[in-house]
Write a protein that binds this ligand. Structure first.
Ligand code: 1GP
Length: 251
């Protein structure tokens, strides 16, 4: 099934999903093989692939390793248009709707449009919202945008609603990689009840407890990068958390 269709069907059926963020600059062939093995065993649903910079990572080769060593779909989560690797399964085509930088709202998309159209990547139009998380993050610095203040859920709700009304098919609330504080539960809850698009939440989720909080608040997909780089075994604990939240839902 197409990725977007499946994400939408799962979210509307209350099925929670788990994405592991792979930063090409922090990965080696050996770390990717190991990660693919653990993630495959634990039932991870997606690899999101991308980072703010591309300094050392060899994207195509790294994606090939992930695909050769697991059946988990690889979805690009590009930090720039240098990160369009055609051997992934799909791409989150991010419009940074929390910011007012025209380049991030539409400019980069125009530059990449012909390349994307010619690729076989499944295009997943995504409203990307940065949420303030206690300190400046790489994304806010690189994108030169202000995140939405964490105590202003109404701004987050209206931003997500506007993104959905513009036709974006996924909403991604991100505290930023390595965030001190994850997206507040109250804000996730408010956004979730005001949109019907699947809601992806990431940034600063470092423990099963934080994952549970985001899932209970209404995240359909949780994304974890840093904490898993530090401790790949956390993948199993988070997968168990996803399974528990499914059971809670079934009761
Ligand atoms: C960042 O949402 C992702 O864009 C994941 O963040 O690395 O903090 O888990 P972490």
């Amino acid at each position: 099934m197409e990725l977007l269709k499946k994400l939408t069907k799962d979210a509307s059926g209350g099925k929670k999903r788990f994405a592991v963020l792979v930063d090409p600059d922090k990965s080696t062939a050996a770390s990717l093989k190991k990660l693919a093995g653990i993630a495959g065993q634990a039932g991870v649903d997606y690899f999101f692939f991308g980072g703010s910079l591309l300094m050392r990572g060899k994207g195509d080769a790294q994606i090939r390793i992930l695909r050769d060593h697991s059946d988990i779909p690889v979805i690009l989560f590009p930090g720039s248009n240098l990160q369009v690797f055609p051997n992934a399964h799909g791409i989150l085509l991010l419009s940074l709707i929390s910011g007012r930088n025209p380049d991030m709202l539409i400019g980069k998309h125009v530059e990449s449009a012909a390349l994307l159209k010619a690729s076989k990547l499944e295009i997943m139009p995504t409203g990307y919202m940065l949420i303030e998380s206690g300190r400046p993050t790489s994304v806010s610095y690189i994108s030169t945008t202000h995140p939405i203040p964490s105590d202003k859920p109404d701004i987050a709700v209206c931003t997500a609603m506007a993104g959905e009304m513009l036709g974006l098919r996924l909403i991604y609330m991100d505290a930023g990689s390595g965030a001190l504080n994850p997206v507040p539960a109250g804000m996730i809850k408010q956004v979730k009840i005001n949109i019907s698009a699947p809601l992806i939440v990431g940034g600063g989720i470092t423990s099963p407890e934080k994952a549970r909080t985001a899932l209970k608040a209404g995240a359909d997909v949780i994304v974890i990068g840093n904490a898993i780089e530090k401790n790949p075994k956390l993948i199993h604990e988070i997968s168990e958390e996803i399974a528990k939240s499914e059971k809670r839902k079934a009761k």
